[in-house]
Write a protein that binds this ligand. Structure first.
Ligand SMILES: [Zn+2]
Length: 287
């Protein structure tokens, strides 16, 4: 899964630090991140190379520390605004603003680091002004927070809980395709947890809403951060309870069906918990 990067070590302890030229720099325009074109894809630029391109020194750097992976830090560039990022002249040759799904094409360190950094950048971009009084906010200097100096309102990073569930019916797995997912492959039933419900209640509700099915024996499987949608995903397994007739929610899904274990293709398990749950079922590990 995306957070499993051993032997590399992710260190997200809050601190204030100065950059090294070899650290990564995240220049975020409110929707996309400036990435360097490399053979066959994209890479996250380093502080030193972007400063050199712009004929600046480390002393000119405007940005703040986010976290480190091993000895390399990720810094968020504070010099850019959505308006200035829009002008073509501000984009160096060989660079391009790309959506956060591009990080999924990178090596494990840049994939986790880039996606997590843009998760933080997105949160910061949405909280430039206080939601209570409208004053300009500042970043906290003791923890990862945004503070309103006028009314004292404190905002923490937005992490929205999501549940995903592998529902089995004997040797069959409930698989589905979400209408918003550009990937045409079948995955599992999932959805955001609603206010006032537990993770398990969210599992029951989502399966009923999206497939019209009852489930029992809901068991926790594992969890993962999912920075692409500012989420934390909790994975579960469950068994069909009663009638197996699927009543698909067409506003959410384009397909929902029971798939026999032997008809499920192999899924890569290096990024998503969804694929891990499917692989566990396919390989017969699911209890
Ligand atoms: Zn305020």
């Amino acid at each position: 899964m995306i957070h499993e990067i051993a032997p590399h070590v992710f260190n997200n302890e809050f601190k204030i630090a100065d950059p090294k030229p070899t650290d990564f720099i995240i220049r975020y325009d409110g929707a996309k991140t400036l990435l360097k074109k490399v053979d066959g894809g994209y890479a996250i630029p380093h502080v030193g190379e972007l400063l050199a391109l712009e004929k600046k020194s480390l002393a000119d750097f405007e940005g703040h520390y986010l976290f480190s992976i091993d000895d390399t830090a990720f810094f968020l560039d504070d010099s850019i605004t959505a308006k200035s990022a829009d002008t073509a002249s501000s984009i160096p040759a060989g660079y391009e603003y790309m959506g956060n799904r591009t990080f999924r094409t990178m090596n494990p360190v840049e994939r986790l680091g880039g996606a997590t950094a843009t998760h933080i950048a997105h949160w910061e971009s949405l909280n430039k002004f206080c939601g209570r009084c409208g004053n300009v906010t500042i970043r906290g200097d003791k923890e990862r927070s945004i503070i309103c100096p006028k009314c004292g309102n404190v905002v923490y990073p937005r992490i929205s809980p999501v549940v995903i569930v592998a529902v089995r019916n004997g040797d069959k797995l409930l698989m589905a395709h979400n209408i918003d997912n550009p990937n045409p492959r079948l995955f599992l039933i999932s959805g955001f947890v609603e206010v006032g419900e537990s993770l398990e209640q969210a599992v029951h509700r989502e399966v009923m809403e999206e497939a019209g099915l009852r489930v029992k024996n809901v068991r926790y499987f594992s969890s993962q951060p999912w920075p692409f949608s500012d989420s934390l995903i909790a994975g579960f397994t469950a068994e069909l309870d009663g009638d197996d007739t699927i009543r698909m929610q067409a506003s959410e899904l384009s397909e929902a069906l029971w798939v026999n274990r032997e008809d499920i293709p192999e899924y890569e398990t290096d990024v998503s918990i969804s694929c891990c749950l499917i692989e566990n079922f396919r390989c017969g590990y699911t209890p």
